[in-house]
Design a protein around this ligand. Structure first.
Ligand code: ATP
Length: 302
């Protein structure tokens, strides 16, 4: 992977009247890289994306898209965008939608052919877009976004409403484009999915970057896991088990916190064959992000 930046944001600040939406944000997407932008509602994700794709004018900071200013039309030709709520005219057919996008990007109508084949829409060329399934329509949008071979592809919740095979196909297609150098910025609420597809996860909250790290690094920042069970082991026996941080007991029901649940579970099961109602809680990227957005002000770097 080359390390060329296809999107570079430095010190972006943005306010709507008195409301501060972005409060000094840095963001990089390199060629071939997939960056997931996560954060609670109102975090500033849409504002950041709209600045990056030139829909909003920059108020403060630097934003460079494929080496240029995203407000310039020539720069935006190097950008592909897939948005959730794009409407299509009632009569527009699949082939027309994609060849129209090719022409708008300064290419010939014929440029639509290969991309339609790539996303598997050749059989649906004459279909009206409004009659397609959600997954097929998503592929039309992807073809429109990819036709000009963009340096950066921006995806807004791209797999909402898609079934599992359609999702997998979507990410497989993107993997091929990424291998050829297209950078991807994806906003999503699907934390697990972004962990699976992203090279880096950027967590925004209150207009600031709380974390910018590989998904596995974020998971390592997890708070302690909780193991709960019904057991006859005494408090003293429990606190001697490996990796136990705390013991909280109510009759036979205990809650143990630990950083190493696997080792603890093995010993628990060995020492108490009558162990029942075993549960382990808190073990994914989702918890890491929630914990990060709750803990104020501590940034995490990769
Ligand atoms: P969501 O996940 O809900 O889409 P978001 O992370 O995309 O949220 P933004 O839409 O960027 O967040 O909003 C950031 C902040 O700026 C919010 O507090 C929002 O209320 C405010 N905001 C966004 N757009 C405007 C606007 N046009 N006028 C005034 N305030 C706005």
């Amino acid at each position: 992977m080359t390390m060329e930046e296809v999107l570079k944001v430095r010190g972006a600040r943005h306010r709507y009247g008195d409301k501060v939406a972005l409060d000094g944000v840095d963001l990089d997407v390199h060629a071939g890289e997939c960056v997931a932008l996560l954060g609670p509602n109102g975090a500033g994700k849409t504002t950041l994306v709209n600045l990056a794709i030139g829909l909003l004018s920059r108020q403060a900071g630097e934003i460079t898209l494929a080496g240029g200013d995203p407000r310039h039309a020539a720069t935006r030709r190097k950008l592909g965008v897939v948005q959730q709520s794009l409407g299509f005219p009632n009569t527009m057919r699949v082939g027309e939608a994609v060849s129209g996008a090719a022409v708008r990007a300064g290419m010939t109508r014929g440029a639509a052919g290969p991309i339609l084949a790539e996303v598997g829409l050749t059989d649906l060329l004459k279909q009206r877009v409004v009659k397609l399934s959600g997954g097929q329509r998503q592929r039309v949008q992807l073809a429109m976004a990819l036709v000009a071979d963009p340096a950066l592809l921006v995806l807004d919740e791209p797999t909402v409403g898609l079934d599992v095979p359609a999702r997998r196909r979507f990410w497989d297609l993107l993997a091929e484009r990424r291998a050829k150098g297209t950078g991807v910025l994806v906003t999503t609420h699907l934390i697990e999915e972004s962990a699976a597809v992203a090279d880096r996860v950027v967590v925004l909250a209150n207009g600031r970057v709380l974390a910018d790290a590989r998904p596995d690094v974020l998971v390592d920042r997890l708070p302690d896991r909780t193991v709960s069970a019904r057991t006859t082991l005494s408090g003293e026996q429990l606190s001697r088990l490996p990796g136990v941080v705390s013991v909280d007991r109510e009759g036979e029901h205990v809650r143990l916190t630990t950083r190493s649940p696997e080792a603890l579970l093995r010993r628990l099961l060995a020492e108490d064959p009558a162990l029942a109602e075993l549960r382990v809680e808190g073990a994914g990227l989702e918890e890491a992000v929630v914990a990060l957005t709750k803990a104020s002000g501590t940034a995490v770097a990769a």
